[in-house]
Write a protein that binds this ligand. Sequence first.
Ligand SMILES: NC(=O)c1ccc[n+]([C@@H]2O[C@H](COP(=O)([O-])OP(=O)(O)OC[C@H]3O[C@@H](n4cnc5c(N)ncnc54)[C@H](OP(=O)(O)O)[C@@H]3O)[C@@H](O)[C@H]2O)c1
Length: 355
Amino acid sequence: MTGPRTTVRPTLAVVGATGAVGMVMLQILSQRADVWGEIRLIASPRSAGRKLAVRGEQVEVVALTEEAFDGVDIAMFDVPDEVAERWAPVAAAKGAVVVDNSGAFRMDPDVPLVVPEVNPHAVRTRPRGIVSNPNCTTLSMIVALGALHAEFGLRELVVSSYQAVSGAGRAGVETLRQQLSLVAGTELGTTPGDVRRAVGDHTGPFPEPVALNVVPWAGSLREDGWSSEEMKVRDESRKILGLPKLPVAVTCVRVPVITVHSLTVHARFQDEVTVDKAREILATAPGVVLCDDPAAGEFPTPADVVGTDPTWVGRVRRALDDPTALELFVCGDNLRKGAALNTAQIAELVAAELV
Ligand SMILES: NC(=O)c1ccc[n+]([C@@H]2O[C@H](COP(=O)([O-])OP(=O)(O)OC[C@H]3O[C@@H](n4cnc5c(N)ncnc54)[C@H](OP(=O)(O)O)[C@@H]3O)[C@@H](O)[C@H]2O)c1
């Protein structure tokens, strides 16, 4: 389905403009080539009247209501699942194309799940008027994997994530900062339970202390001990790559990093692979940076990757026991490519159709 064609620049609504993803979205909209007419900022009634900067101007936030979508061509949703579930169909019914960052519609067969570098064609078929943005963990690796899949034909994925706290929104960031202030300058981390006692009940959206710790859990409990985040990585990778039966094994882990998700990836392909060919593909794939010189101490880490747009890949090795498999270390900014940037790229694809 395509929306109405217009000769003027499309009007964009950013729903959830005050959140962790929304704030990064406003920066990205201020930095990218400006294809928009009005940009309308929408959040909960709690934020109505607040002013936020976008494209160098202060814009007042309005409360989420049906009228807020009057005249809107494209509406980005950066809000919790239940808010998107209720309001995205409202915006679509008012004629806006919705680009939704939440998990509410990603696995709906009538909603495309789009990564512009991997499956841009999918954006054009949107029977519900909604396009979904993948979750941040999947997005942090899928551009690199899409490029390798196009050449080698992916057959299996084994992935472990090292996820930043901003993946859990503002509350995640506040929790880690508060915990760090409680443990900084102490000798904690030497006896069982000492970090937990210092942090007390301040575990925020995480089941365990995240400062001075790693927590093998992200999301909510699903069947047979899997987490929702792990199921998302599996289901969404399959949908984006068009490989509905791809075997995917995932373990998601939270680490004390503010922003940038990292992943170790074991990817098995159809035939034998070479590191040279893999490096050539990764070095030239749009949206990917190869940073791989261990002899010089060069590999991607969140401390350097934060605030950047590409998917960074290092530690490229052929599996020791399988000539058809590669081992990779991948880093991506979960708030930029992992959320706001990919949404902005999708919205630009739709805007190009409308104008
Ligand atoms: N953080 C990530 O790395 C990441 C990555 C990919 C996707 N996502 C998804 O993106 C969405 C936003 O995540 P986030 O991390 O930005 O969350 P967040 O920091 O908690 O922000 C939530 C936003 O939603 C708004 N909101 C909440 N309840 C609302 C309501 N009833 N009506 C209208 N607006 C409401 C909030 O407005 P107020 O400020 O007025 O409360 C705020 O703007 C979620 O679905 C999340 O799963 C997040």
